[in-house]
Structures are given as C-alpha cells and as structure tokens.
Design a protein around this ligand. Structure first.
Ligand SMILES: [Zn+2]
Ligand SMILES: [Zn+2]
Length: 334
C-alpha cells in the first residue's frame, strides 16, 4: 500500500510499504486524513520520533475487516481515536486512558494513518453517521480534544470568554463555548476573514491581538474575561491569555507549547488574579462520542473549517498548504 513516511527530519514522501497485519485488529481503508501542527512538529523533528514513521493521527475511513469483538461492521464509516492506552497503568486504572503512561499516539510513537490502510484495535473506532460530510469528518478528532478541554473548564451563563488564536481548534472552542450557553465570546485573530467567520459562528466581538485588551475590557466592563482559551501554543499568546483573564478566571492552555524554557510569563497575574490554569491533553472515547454527536446534530459546524484537500501522493503540498494564510483544516484523501 501507499503511505506518507518521514525518513529524515523535514522530509516526507509517499512510499510503497507492506499492508498492515490485522490479527485481533480491525482493518480500516482510510478516506480522509487531517493534518495539524502535531504532524508538522513530528515532521520537522521538534517532537522527536523514531524514523521511518508513517505520519497521521486525524483519521476517518471505512471498515474493511471488523475484527474479533464485533464492535463495528464492514463498510461502516469510522473515525479513529489515535491515542493508544495499555489498560493497566495507574492512569488507565483511574479512568484516564488518554494520559496512559505506556500510551502512544498514532503517527508519532507508532505508525499512523496517512496511508491506504490502517490496522487498529476496534475499541479505537467510533462510527460516524452519514449526515457528517467527508470534509466535516476531518475535524472530528480535533473536536474530540476540544470537547475534552471543555470538560475541564467550568462555565456559567452570563460569563464572558475569549479565544486567543482562531485556527481549527480556536473555531471549535468558540462554538463549544457558545453551545454551553456563553453568549459573549470574543475571538482574537489577525486575519480579517477569520474575524468574519468567527462572527458567523457566534462571536460577539473580534479583535486583533493588539486590540484584544481594549475589546475585552469593553465587553466585560473592565473586569476581564471569566474564561480564556489559548489556542495557538506559544508563550507569547499564553502571556496574552493570562493578561486578558479577569480575577478568579480560568485559563485553558489548549495550544501545545513545546518550548522547554518559558519566556517571561505574567506570573504575578497568575498569583494576583488567583487564576486556574488547565492544560488538557488528548481525549477519551466518550469525548469522541460527544464530538460526533455535536457534529451530527449541527450544534458545532465543521464544514466551514475545511479549506484544502489533497491526494495522498500530494502530501508534501498538503504540508506546504498549512502555511497558506487561507488555510484552516487541510486534508488528504486516500
Ligand atoms: Zn492533530
Ligand atoms: Zn495505561
């Protein structure tokens, strides 16, 4: 089968490799695969991985062979929970398999699914209803992680939230906050077209990073936001998230910061405002079930977030497209 493989940092190529071995697993024919910042970090080597490695963890496909448990049937469309867990470590035993100490992420720690076929345990599969379009389905995995993050944030009607950074996850966080009853969500982004989309998806106000302090002060009568979601993953945007937060607020650090040394953060704000900082990671099976329900019932719109599609053979172009200022979700089709 064909698979997109990185053999040296910075390069990815489509190679012919043996089809995966399927004993005790389901076999999935990939339909649509999403690219994200994690793939870029794996490709570039910012996140160290063993190579050669088949990339890819945002995966939707059709069941070819269902596997021995009978949890899915042949022909069903499924999304893949890409976080593998052992089932017996301390985290697994206390109901947090997404934090498994022996866990692995597809496309990073083990081979992923930028390929024609993927062999994977049936428990990792979630059935996707026909009502969710192929384009929309490419953001389900990200939505699952955003749902997981939302479970870690307490909100109450009447509060104000800010989302710093409007990429795919920022737009999903915005919609989830609205769906949870937060009517005042401010979206922070430089791009004018993203500001427009944010308003269409329910933002009460939008701002560039430079305008954010004034806009948030305006919307909150100077109190600062009750919830701030950082959805970029840099120390600079985290610093801004902390500064936009009001006293007693919750800051959700959703973007992944791989820097091992922090630039100066407004530490005194963390203390003085008595902030709660949450740093969610991955998602559980029930988060993915909820994500699929939210997408299938149109409570969260995924289709507007899909901007670019490429054939598997064009994986290098797909990675380049991530840098395109008009890009949100970029996908491959097998
Ligand atoms: Zn991803
Ligand atoms: Zn475990």
């Amino acid at each position: 089968m064909k698979a997109a493989i990185t053999t040296t940092p910075g390069t990815v190529e489509v190679l012919d490799v043996p089809s995966p071995y399927v004993e005790d697993q389901a076999l999935v024919a990939l339909e649509r695969m999403g690219l994200c910042g994690t793939d870029v970090k794996v490709l570039q080597g910012t996140v160290p991985v063993e190579r050669p490695r088949i990339l890819g963890h945002e995966l939707v496909g059709f069941v070819v062979e269902p596997g021995p448990l009978g949890l899915v049937s042949a022909g069903q469309r499924v999304m893949v929970n890409p976080s593998l867990s052992c089932g017996h470590c301390r985290e697994c035993r206390r109901g947090a398999p997404h934090r498994c100490s022996n866990g692995a992420l597809l496309g990073r720690d083990v081979d992923g699914g930028f390929a024609e076929l993927l062999a994977i345990g049936e428990r990792q599969l979630h059935v996707v209803p026909d009502g969710v379009s192929s384009e929309a389905s490419s953001s389900l995995q990200v939505l699952g992680t955003c749902v997981h993050a939302q479970h870690m944030i307490e909100v109450f009607p009447g509060q104000t939230a800010v989302v710093v950074g409007l990429g795919v996850s920022g737009f999903l966080m915005l919609q989830l906050l609205r769906a949870r009853g937060i009517e005042r969500v401010v979206g922070v982004t430089r791009a004018a077209w993203k500001q427009e989309l944010a308003k269409e998806l329910g933002a009460i106000a939008v701002a560039t990073p430079d305008q954010a302090a004034d806009v948030v002060a305006d919307v909150t009568s100077g109190n600062g936001a009750d919830v701030v979601v950082e959805a970029v993953g840099t120390t600079g945007t985290l610093a801004q998230a902390i500064s936009l937060a009001g006293i007693g607020a919750t800051v959700c650090l959703f973007g992944t910061i791989t820097a091992s040394k922090a630039d100066a953060l407004p530490f005194y704000d963390l203390y003085y405002k008595e902030l709660t900082l949450r740093n969610p990671r991955a998602a559980t099976a029930s988060d993915y079930d909820e994500a699929i329900r939210l997408a299938a019932s149109d409570i969260v719109q995924l289709r507007p977030l899909w901007t670019h599609g490429f054939a598997l053979d064009e994986v290098a172009q797909a990675f380049e497209a991530l840098n395109d200022p008009t890009a949100l979700k970029v996908t491959l089709q097998a």
